[in-house]
Design a protein around this ligand. Structure first.
Ligand code: ADP
Length: 437
């Protein structure tokens, strides 16, 4: 208890004591008590009115008073000053933040959990066409009307980014990332990647053009090589064999490069086709058997009738790459298993082999273009180093992931994991036989 409060209580106690004594002496205890407390009551009433008046005019100093009331007024005054100081610090910080973000050359926006626009900088006005103040309070997807952007806003993965085209400059492309805050608000940060896009397009076009240009002379070369007769030139047999092998390698490299640039340039909508996995896998099994030519034991399981929404040609190309690898990198007599199943994680296409396996340090880099675990083992098997890169592209376009597990000497498992929203439920697909070997 503070000294002022203690003094106040003592004075109150003394008044009560004096009142009681007077009451006892006069025989009018009740009246004496009322009279002794009346000044206190009036005093409290007066101070309460003073407090009310002062609180309504918060800028003025507290009223002059004494005792406990003075201590109360002083404490309230100090608290008020402290709050004002903190508000000023916050206001200055906010102003500095606003000034700093307004000097950002690229658009920044602050939206709430419902994507309502709370604040944006000058660059958002200049580059995205937002109106200086009237767009505040609008839902951001009404201002940037692009389906990918809307999907991305509803995506719970905060690390995901999306590309949007400026609503006022069609040739300007932004990459948008977000930074969620504890309050549920989200900062949207736009980065102009127009130049990067142009360079990427140029690179892609260049690779595609060169690959197409190389295709014709190579076809001519291969045609001539086919016509050369081994028997007529026995001394050239080995050379011709090597030349044929190398031209085939070049052809598969060119085919893969063309396939990659096709996948990069087209935008797979994916939802337009319903892929019947049963038929597709059956086709893949036939391919695997013809490639293996009886050297491996190939098994095939369809544990689910569920199909996929996707681009069947691209999916076939991806799965073929996985199967070709399984055949290539599994020594004769090994096993290869193909499985389609639906688990709680989604749709899983697994290609499992008992082949040579992959060292764990190489696994994270396998889907990079031209990455080979060991150049000689890939080259000797006719690999271009682009197969898994194609797989990754196709899976990305289908919102799917590639999981790779492997043990050197024991074999490898490649799982293409498709999200549940890509699966066609039973009501949408015709009944298929349950399991086939
Ligand atoms: P490539 O056309 O050279 O096979 P990929 O991109 O398909 O290129 O594969 C990259 C590398 O991953 C290959 O060089 C190979 O060493 C390794 N690899 C891929 N699949 C398998 C597999 N099933 N078993 C062992 N190694 C594999």
């Amino acid at each position: 208890m503070t000294p002022a409060a203690l003094r106040h209580l003592i004075n109150l106690g003394l008044s009560l004591g004096a009142g009681s004594l007077l009451g006892w002496l006069s025989g009018q205890l009740a009246w004496a008590l009322v009279l002794s407390m009346l000044p206190w009551l009036l005093w409290y009433l007066y101070q309460t009115l003073q407090l009310d008046l002062w609180l309504r005019q918060t800028r003025r100093h507290p009223p002059r008073t004494m005792g406990l009331w003075r201590a109360v007024f002083d404490r309230l005054f100090r608290m008020q000053k402290q709050t004002e100081k903190e508000i000023n610090i916050l206001r200055t910080g906010l102003d500095e933040f606003r000034t700093a973000t307004n000097t950002f050359p690229e658009p920044v926006m602050l939206v709430d959990a419902n994507h309502v626009l709370l604040w944006y900088n000058d660059a958002a006005v200049a580059q995205l066409g937002l109106r200086t103040s009237s767009d505040r309070g609008q839902v951001v997807q009404n201002l940037i009307r692009q389906p990918d952007f809307t999907d991305w806003l509803h995506d719970s993965n905060d690390a995901a980014q999306v590309e949007v085209v400026s609503p006022i400059q069609e040739d300007t492309i932004f990459q948008v990332s977000r930074s969620p805050m504890e309050s549920g608000r989200v900062l949207l940060i736009f980065r102009d990647i127009t130049e990067l896009h142009a360079v990427e397009t140029m690179r892609r076009d260049f690779v595609a053009n060169v690959s197409h240009e190389l295709r014709t002379p190579l076809t001519v070369l291969m045609g001539y090589l086919e016509t050369l007769d081994y028997d007529a030139n026995p001394e050239l047999a080995m050379i011709l064999d090597r030349m044929r092998g190398q031209t085939h390698l070049m052809q598969s490299l060119i085919d893969d490069l063309i396939e990659i640039s096709r996948l990069q340039t087209q935008h797979i909508e994916g939802r337009e086709e319903q892929v019947e996995m049963h038929a597709l896998l059956y086709q893949l099994k036939e391919q695997a058997e013809s490639l293996s030519d009886g050297r491996h034991l190939i098994t095939f399981h369809i544990d689910s009738d569920v199909g996929l929404f996707g681009a069947s040609k691209d999916l076939e190309s991806a799965f073929t790459n996985l199967i070709t690898n399984a055949v290539r990198y599994t020594p004769d007599g090994g096993t290869i298993e193909l499985r389609w199943q639906v688990t709680e994680r989604g749709g899983e296409l697994c290609v499992c082999d008992s082949g040579i396996g992959i060292p764990s340090k190489d696994i994270p880099r396998l889907t990079e273009r031209f990455y080979r675990v060991a150049k000689d083992r890939s080259r000797s098997s006719g690999g271009s180093g682009l197969g898994l890169s194609i797989v990754k592209h196709v899976l990305n376009a289908h919102d799917a992931e590639l999981e790779i597990t492997s043990q050197v000497g024991d074999g490898s498992t490649f799982i293409c994991l498709f999200p549940k929203n890509r699966l066609i439920d039973d009501t949408q697909t015709a009944a298929l036989p349950a399991s086939t070997h």
